[in-house]
Write a protein that binds this ligand. Structure first.
Ligand code: HEM
Length: 338
């Protein structure tokens, strides 16, 4: 097997800080050219900010949505890239506007902030920001529901196996599904700890698993454990981040899952929102509302640089008659014969 092309920093370890930025690209050629050319400039920008504080391990992953890909690039889109599929159950998973994803991580939030500022300055009107989340690592790697989050993430060689496309023209790339969730913490904290633990499927204090036999089939850890036809577990790499604003009463979890195949994450989402068996949905959702949803493809690092040169052919010129206002040269060429 050939070694994989160097990925973007998809497989970077969980960080203390993250900034997730999703934007849309206006329908105009100048904007398309700016975003396309930026693909070759991002790595330099990350070095320029990150080298000033190497111990903060600044990284940035850039991904593209299905609708914008053919507007930006001649290179064929990855097979699994399609618009985020919204889900409608007792609770909804909406699809929201987003052409471009920046997933910025570091051990310090100031570096994430500085890089996002520079990215937006470089792109100018070519990127319309849709939403941004500045996430932080919370005690014991807990989310704001109070549970340790990320325990069953793959480790070691299982990380690239779960997150990166293994073969073909898009090898080394990764599919990212991103959702912003807002929690109703008053309602959640109104449950006793045992009820919360049955919803998540783990003990709150010591983070141990609760046996499947003691759990309802709707427990989060059961609905998000998915297997292939041979019973092999299919994994994704989660980079969840807590975020919020106490003064505004906002408490959230940013869900970001990298996968070699977006169908794995989509199966987990269907299980959560529609239930498995159908109807028995994930009760996390009674207390957590998904307010954004997007699917993006983050090409391998070298592929990203190559995309800077991958301009689609210009749209065919309109027929001269249609183009030329009356009275211009074409009309006057005809006039002697008229
Ligand atoms: C497990 C929280 C959304 C996939 C967990 C755990 C917690 C948690 C506390 C148990 C510890 C762990 O293994 O990480 C949350 C919260 C969410 C959320 C607060 C949003 C409000 C999602 C979504 C997906 C997902 C949208 C996938 C589409 C998983 C997976 C596991 C997991 C795969 C590991 C299951 C296992 O193998 O035990 N989550 N999660 N989660 N979650 Fe979530």
């Amino acid at each position: 097997m050939h070694p994989l092309p160097e990925p973007q920093a998809v497989t970077a370890p969980l960080s203390s800080a993250a900034l997730i930025l999703v934007g849309t690209v206006p329908q105009d050629e100048a904007a398309h050219a700016t975003v396309r050319e930026f693909c070759a400039d991002l790595a330099g920008l990350v070095r320029a900010v990150g080298f000033r504080e190497p111990s903060a391990a600044l990284t940035c992953v850039l991904g593209f949505g299905a609708e914008v890909w053919p507007r930006l690039f001649a290179a064929p889109a990855p097979a699994g890239l399609h618009p985020f599929v919204p889900l409608h159950g007792v609770h909804d998973a909406p699809a929201t506007p987003g052409d471009v994803l920046f997933h910025i991580r570091a051990e310090r939030s100031d570096l994430c902030f500085a890089l996002a500022t520079q990215i937006l300055a470089a792109l100018g009107p070519a990127l319309r920001p849709e939403w941004e989340v500045q996430g932080f690592r919370f005690f014991d790697n807990r989310d704001l529901l109070g549970f340790v989050d990320g325990t069953e993430n793959p480790t070691g060689p299982a990380v690239p196996a779960a997150a990166l496309v293994a073969e073909g023209g898009h090898a080394g790339g990764s599919y990212a599904i991103v959702q912003k969730y807002l929690h109703d913490l008053d309602a959640w904290n109104g449950l006793d700890t045992a009820a919360q633990e049955r919803i998540i499927g783990r003990r709150k204090l010591d983070n141990t698993e609760i046996a499947e036999a003691e759990l309802p089939s709707s427990a989060h850890r059961l609905l998000t454990t998915v297997t292939d036809d041979d019973g092999e577990e299919l994994q994704i790499v989660r980079d969840n981040m807590p975020f919020g604003s106490p003064a505004a009463g906002e408490f959230g979890t940013l869900f970001l899952g990298y996968a070699a195949d977006p169908a794995v994450t989509e199966t987990m989402l269907r299980n959560m929102f529609l239930g498995d068996p159908p109807g028995d949905y994930d009760r996390i959702l009674d207390f957590s509302r998904a307010v954004t949803g997007g699917l993006f493809f983050a090409p391998a690092a070298s592929a990203l640089e190559d995309l800077a040169e991958s301009a689609p052919a210009p749209a065919p010129a309109a027929a001269p008659e249609a183009q030329a206002p009356s009275g211009l040269a074409i009309g006057s060429l005809r006039s002697p014969r008229a």
